[in-house]
Design a protein around this ligand. Structure first.
Ligand code: C2E
Ligand code: MG
Ligand code: MG
Ligand code: MG
Length: 288
């Protein structure tokens, strides 16, 4: 009887594994097809200067419009893309498209593109970036590349060399999701970042939670000391915003300002901001 149970639960376990593998396999096949048919698109979420309320740039976030499932979340397919190597073509098309779109925006508006650690292994990341810049005509200073702490875990000389080469092009390097890694502070010593993005988990509860506020205050003062721009991710409420402002945080990003939107909407958003400028009201801002 015990044997029967053991076999029974093993079979159940196997079936569950099977279902998971099958769903991954399905995503892989469909994702490969979506890349081939150029279906993936960047959506853009504004980055806001918290003092002036003006848009300083946009983060490009990949979107997959799926025939049956609607818009599929990157949380679902980025891991599959990383497991299957599809992250390299996906990353390449995001870079090219984001640079092309940004080249049509005003000259003081930047674009930020997320990079997977795996893109640093392929060996052609540097040429992917230079090609995207050359092809679009976007000046390197208008491109930001977001990396996460996991990239620096291994302290690889090759990764650091690539980061320095990218920065030598004039591209900015941001540390994304700051504070969620194993030893966040030590990574700040390995590379001179241009920007630190405080993970949204620290922004949550700001205003109600004294600990969260103390952590934000320390990161902001760290940023001032290092001469690095500090951006808060996931700003959702007015209370969070006024607290971030009071602490002197440079930039914010979050649903309070806007979710990520397609490029057509970005162009009218920026036109509206220019319209406000033209009205000669210096303090006016589109958002906030
Ligand atoms: P991330 O780079 O940290 O991007 C921020 C995520 O937070 C985005 O989710 C954005 O929609 C979401 N977000 C923005 N404001 C708020 C807010 O106020 N509240 C909440 N709850 N969430 C907010 P998204 O677009 O689902 O992307 C998730 C992650 O997938 C990204 O996190 C990034 O790590 C990855 N990702 C997205 N696009 C790409 C890409 O093109 N390449 C790579 N390698 N990774 C990507
Ligand atoms: Mg990011
Ligand atoms: Mg982030
Ligand atoms: Mg994140």
């Amino acid at each position: 009887r015990a044997k029967l149970d053991a076999r029974g639960s093993f079979a159940f376990f196997e079936a569950a594994l099977d279902a998971k593998a099958q769903s991954r396999r399905k995503i892989e096949v469909e994702l490969r097809d979506a890349i081939q048919h150029d279906v993936l698109r960047p959506y853009y979420q504004p980055l806001i200067d918290l003092q002036s309320g003006r848009i300083t740039g946009f983060e490009a976030l990949v979107r997959w419009p799926h025939a049956e499932r609607g818009m599929v979340s990157p949380a679902e397919f980025i891991p599959v893309a990383e497991e299957t190597g599809l992250i390299n073509p996906l990353g390449g098309l995001m870079l090219r498209r984001a640079c092309l779109d940004a080249a049509t925006w005003p000259d003081d508006v930047r674009v930020a593109v997320n990079l997977s650690p795996l893109q640093f292994r392929g060996g052609n990341l540097l040429s992917m970036v230079t090609d995207a810049l050359k092809h679009s005509g976007l000046p390197p200073r208008r491109l930001e590349l977001e990396i996460t702490e996991t990239l620096l875990l291994e302290k690889s000389a090759q990764v650091l060399a690539t980061l320095h080469a990218l920065r030598a092009l004039g591209v900015r390097i941001s540390m994304d999701d700051f504070g969620t890694g194993y030893s966040s502070l030590s990574y700040l010593r390995s590379f001179p970042f241009d920007k630190i993005k405080i993970d949204q988990s620290f922004v949550r509860d700001l205003g109600a939670n004294r600990e969260a506020q103390a952590i934000i205050r320390s990161i902001v003062s760290l940023g001032k000391g290092l001469g690095v721009i500090i951006t808060a991710e996931g700003v959702e409420t007015e209370a969070e915003l006024s607290c971030l402002r009071a602490e002197g945080c440079d930039e914010g990003q979050g649903f309070l300002f806007s979710k990520a939107r397609p490029n057509v909407e970005i162009i009218s958003l920026l036109a509206a901001q220019r319209g406000i400028d033209a009205d000669d009201d210096e303090d006016a801002a589109l958002v906030a």
